[in-house]
Write a protein that binds this ligand. Structure first.
Ligand code: ADP
Length: 499
């Protein structure tokens, strides 16, 4: 069995660090790659060795498969972990890695290929009894026929890109008179984003919830699932809050979804860590959406409720070891919530707001995990995804995990850019989220650009009160303290006065 002694992480930021941390715990040497924009990045400083692979744009650096493989040759690397995004779901890359004699820490190129196309994935699982959303079984070639099918399914319907990802090439059609316009947009979006304009139709599930199952498979045909993650709080069809377990699944449905996910993985001869995504309707019927053949952004919540280090398992699997965990060994313990801290402005349609982190102080304490790749004073490059960090909290119960999240958000101090922190706090406090009665329409249903403004007015007066208090006590004003932090300080200050 090959032993991995040196890993190259073909990624950047928080996920590169997260992978290298586990590698280091396992006594594995780490190699970072970086673009010219990331010369001072934390993942570069953390690695045992680092190699610049090109200029800032990812097409000239993090996506340069041949350059990355050449670095492996020069530095005597055994294996490549692709993380998520970039080359992680590129079957050609995983094939090239193998042909060059290195281990790809992930599934086979064949599995990536099948699951990389939503239509091929549906076809692959057709022999198993996996529930699927009604729709067209193949790409649309004839519009009249597609309209007839849509009428039969019943509006609203969803037009989706077969090669889709990141919510691109996806269009909801409310009624037949919108069909042509939305179809044109979906095709052109799919063509420009994926170089493949094929689209298909699915019934638009109303009040949908996004629930996904984590699976692990080894190279000997053993496949297990590690329960679900609920990722229904989304903006632009993209996740921003995730939790495990889901607040609404019954043990029976959890079990049925877990078995369906293992079947999906089996259908494509899957090994490695993967995620089978389902959409769940308001009657708790679930339907297979797609499979992601990589480590997901939101994997930490699963790690916290199961105690399994997914990266460590991926490495063992890549070495050819049989899974040491059996399905019956696994149990859900406690509850975990993750929020994605993006440099985005929630009040401005969640548009990216990159810049310099003038203040950056992470929350700490029991049950708080921060996966990030920044330090105070660093700039968020415009070239990549504007995620600053993932903030994850863990508690015995959902309520406790949420309370910890609110506490941690209040401790998080970021200035210099707008972030999703305030929005995520809004979610944590919202009755719909608290009661578990929410769906992917949360933002559209409850959030308006001024949902956070009322709070800001409040924090402004808090700010004045605290500064006055601070001046009285210390005769020197504090700087760079985030407003939420100040709200807390004020309540402490009031208490002091009452004593
Ligand atoms: P992508 O690969 O682009 O992320 P997915 O198929 O994973 O696309 O879907 C992303 C999100 O879009 C889902 O989490 C859900 O919110 C929404 N969605 C997808 N399919 C449907 C559907 N048939 N009905 C309602 N919402 C859907």
């Amino acid at each position: 069995m090959p032993e991995i002694k040196k890993i190259l992480v073909a990624n950047r930021g928080e996920i590169a660090l997260r992978i290298m941390r586990t590698a280091r715990e396992m006594g594995i040497q780490t190699v970072a790659i970086f673009s010219e924009a990331d010369r001072n990045a934390l993942h570069v400083r953390y690695a045992d060795e680092a190699y610049c692979v090109g200029p800032a744009p990812s097409s000239e650096s993090y996506l340069k498969a041949d350059v990355i493989i050449e670095v492996c040759r020069q530095l005597n690397v055994d294996a490549i972990h692709p993380g998520y995004g970039f080359l992680s779901e590129n079957a050609n890359f995983s094939r090239m890695v193998r042909e060059a004699g290195f281990i790809f820490i992930g599934p086979s190129p064949e599995s990536i290929e099948v699951m990389g196309s939503k239509l091929a994935a549906k076809a692959a699982v057709a022999n198993y009894n996996i529930p699927m959303v009604p729709g067209t079984p193949s790409a649309i070639t004839d519009r009249a026929e597609a309209k007839a099918i849509s009428a039969k399914i019943g509006y609203p319907i969803l037009i989706k890109a077969s090669a889709g990802g990141g919510g691109k090439g996806m269009r909801v059609v409310e009624a037949e008179h919108d069909f042509d316009e939305q179809m044109d947009r979906a095709v052109s979006e799919a063509q420009s984003a994926f170089g493949d304009g094929s689209v298909f139709i699915e019934k638009y599930v109303t009040s949908p919830r996004h629930v996904e199952i984590q699976v692990l498979g080894d190279q000997h045909g053993n496949i297990i699932h590690l329960f679900e993650r609920e990722c229904s709080i989304q903006r632009r069809h993209q996740k921003v809050v995730e939790e495990a377990p889901s607040a609404i699944l019954t043990p029976e449905i959890r079990d049925a979804m877990g078995r369906a996910a293992v079947d999906v993985a089996r259908a494509c001869g899957y090994y490695g860590a993967g995620t089978v995504e389902f959409i769940v309707d308001d009657q708790l019927n679930f339907y297979f959406l797609e499979m992601n053949t990589r480590l997901q952004v939101e994997h930490p919540v699963t790690e916290l409720i199961t105690g399994v280090d997914l990266v460590k398992q991926m490495i063992y699997i890549a070495e050819g070891k049989p899974l040491a965990i059996e399905q019956d060994d696994l149990q859900i313990k406690g509850h975990a919530v993750e929020i994605r801290v993006y440099a985005e402005d929630p009040a401005n349609n969640f548009l990216p707001d990159v810049g310099t982190l003038d203040t950056y102080v992470r929350p700490q304490g029991n049950g708080v995990r921060v996966d990030d790749g920044f330090e105070q004073g660093m700039s968020i490059p415009i070239y990549y995804d504007p995620m600053i960090a993932k903030l994850i909290t863990y508690g015995d119960s959902r309520e406790e995990a949420i309370q910890k999240m609110i506490r941690a958000i209040d401790e998080y101090q970021i200035s210099g850019v707008q972030t999703t922190l305030g929005f995520c706090r809004f979610v944590m406090e919202h009755e719909a989220f608290r009661s578990g009665q929410f769906d992917t329409g949360f933002v559209a249903n409850y959030f308006t650009p001024d949902s956070l403004t009322a709070k800001s007015d409040q924090t402004e007066s808090d700010l004045a009160a605290v500064l006055a208090a601070w001046l009285l006590q210390n005769q020197k004003p504090t700087t760079n303290v985030a407003p939420v932090q100040l709200t807390q300080t004020r309540s402490k200050w009031k208490e002091n006065r009452l004593k």
